[in-house]
Design a protein around this ligand. Structure first.
Ligand code: 5GP
Length: 201
């Protein structure tokens, strides 16, 4: 069976990662979204097992010690991590898997799984980024300043990614996202395409 594609999506807070994935799904592109574990507290409306698996620090540390996480990172003083089992099971089922994670964790994933497709999304300019960070209204001024600093760091690391999406219109980004995935599936170097070529010999 064809293995799914591993897609890593990063971008600064407020770039529109969540909106992009919702739009992509609305357009009929099916994928499994990896649900990370985190030690941070749920925000209003967030549900355990849907947005994240909310865990204690001790629980996450135990998962790291047992090698259950594909990667983990401290972001804003909280630990976030990706379940290796979830990702591998879905890829084996032939499902494309999307990881929505920070750039440091993302680059660790790329090292472990070099076939991962790395996509970075940015707002169209700095002003838009700033107004989106403030506009969300869920964080204190201090936290917004922290996120803004982190956003600039994240954007600097985007040079290591394969693709950049500029979120001027989310509908256009969603279309481009699907175009990237479809083109990646046609690459000669992909394992299943190599197998096909071999079968003609
Ligand atoms: P938030 O607390 O706003 O949901 O997420 C904060 C940051 O953590 C975002 O940049 C998000 O992409 C990142 N993040 C979420 N899950 C993971 C994960 O499993 N691993 C890593 N490295 N970063 C994550």
């Amino acid at each position: 069976m064809k293995k799914g594609l591993l897609i890593v999506l990063s971008g600064p807070s407020g770039a529109g990662k969540g909106t992009l994935l919702a739009e992509v799904r609305k357009n009929g592109f099916d994928f499994a979204l990896s649900i990370s574990v985190t030690t941070r507290q749920p925000r209003n409306g967030e549900v355990d097992g849907v947005n994240y698996f909310f865990k204690t620090k001790a629980e996450v540390e135990a998962m790291i010690a047992k090698g259950e996480l594909l990667e983990s990172e401290e972001v804003f003083g909280e630990i976030y991590g990706t379940s290796q089992k979830f990702v591998e099971a879905k890829l084996d089922e032939g499902k494309d898997v999307v990881l929505e994670i920070d750039t440091k964790g993302a680059l660790k994933v790329k090292e472990k799984m070099p076939s991962a497709i790395m996509i970075f999304i940015v707002p169209k300019d700095l002003e838009t980024l700033h107004s989106r960070l403030v506009g969300r209204g869920t964080e204190t001024a201090e936290k917004i300043a922290l996120r803004f600093g982190k956003a600039k760091e994240e954007i600097a690391r985007s040079v290591k990614y394969d693709y950049i999406l500029i979120n001027d219109k989310i509908e256009d980004c969603a279309e481009q996202f699907v175009e990237i995935i479809n083109s990646e599936k046609l690459k000669v170097a992909r394992e299943e395409n190599q197998q096909l070529i071999e079968s003609f010999k």
